[in-house]
Design a protein. Structure first.
Length: 332
């Protein structure tokens, strides 16, 4: 059962504006890093952090806590590993309004050693990303982070590919963990709003009685990231992912500037985000090629991981969209 739409007792515009429990997380650096192997320089990360602080964004996700034994330090940049000293150099003196988040992929991080006790870290939130078959390992990671003092979230990846019976079983197990929030994740950018609504209802059935929050993370392959984010908010999502100028893997994410404009919450300031769009993020669009592109639309339409489209977009013939379509589609 969905919640009744939130009311706005102040009479100001924006009917979901004043939900103090609704938190916005900026995933620009983490998700955008999937387009350049996390090789953002310090000034880029510093500029995003400054914008988030000035805009009143609740969380900034700086990257992954990945196992250094699995990934080359010559290929991948600082934000693939998010070592404590690098985060501190990027954010300088930590500001009280914007918390710091990192993501850890199940089975791809040495979390027991690489994740410091919370008292020794500037990180506040650890988000564990897991596919269905990795859930037992992910729950161990959640417990470790929780026991070390962190806020925790579980992002169930590629939810559009998980059969309903398996999703029910997964949710039954996940809500029994120490996790604070469960995320509906449209990894392939393939969901429509009615599907988001159904997933929110299914997540709520398990999460709300257990006292868990629900988050939403969308991708923009079908140009529905913003619409799907709105749908999840209206259905009761209290954690909302967005990225500046939509920067993210492949087609990108829900644009932060759109999310804030929808919320109409005076806590959030739009101008600092727009400054970051203009001065920091948009200058990278030509080289990183995230956002609207037919190959990303095609993988969203096919409910497939965008890796093939990303590889195609890196080539010189990225405008030959029929070539890509014929390669990945069975349609005559």
């Amino acid at each position: 059962m969905t919640k009744d739409p939130p009311t706005n007792p102040t009479g100001t515009k924006g009917w979901v504006s004043f939900r103090p429990e609704l938190k916005v997380l900026d995933c620009t650096v983490r998700d955008g890093g999937l387009m350049n192997d996390h090789n953002f320089d310090l000034p880029f990360v510093q500029a995003v952090y400054a914008a988030d602080v000035a805009a009143g964004i609740d969380y900034m996700e700086v990257g992954y806590k990945s196992a250094k034994r699995l990934y080359s330090r010559t290929q991948y940049g600082l934000w693939k590993f998010c070592e404590e000293d690098d985060i501190r150099r990027a954010i300088g003196e930590k500001q009280p309004g914007t918390k710091i988040a990192v993501m850890a992929d199940a089975e791809r991080t040495d979390y027991r050693t690489d994740l410091l006790p919370r008292a020794q870290s500037v990180v506040d939130l650890v988000r564990v990303a897991t596919y269905f078959h990795q859930i037992p390992a992910a729950l161990e990671m959640v417990k470790d982070a929780h026991d070390k003092g962190y806020e925790t979230a579980l992002n169930l990846m590629a939810v559009s590919t998980v059969p309903e019976s398996e999703l029910e079983a997964a949710l039954e197990v996940m809500v029994k963990s120490e996790v604070k929030a469960l995320y509906v994740v449209d990894s392939f950018g393939t969901l429509y709003s009615e599907q988001v609504r159904g997933l929110m209802q299914r997540f709520q059935k398990h999460a709300l009685p257990a006292g868990k929050e629900i988050g939403i993370h969308t991708h923009n392959n079908l140009q529905l990231a913003f619409a799907n984010t709105i749908e999840a908010i209206v259905c009761g999502a209290n954690y909302v992912d967005a990225s500046i100028a939509g920067m993210g893997r492949g087609a990108g994410n829900c644009p932060m500037e759109l999310a804030l404009s929808f919320l109409h919450n005076p806590k959030f300031k739009l101008r600092p985000v727009l400054e970051c769009v203009q001065n920091t993020v948009e200058p990278l669009r030509e080289s990183l090629r995230w956002g609207l592109a037919i190959p990303y639309l095609v993988t969203g339409y096919l409910n497939r991981h965008p890796r093939d489209a990303m590889q195609f977009m890196e080539g010189d013939d990225f405008r030959q969209i029929i070539k890509f379509f014929d390669t990945v589609s069975e349609e005559p």
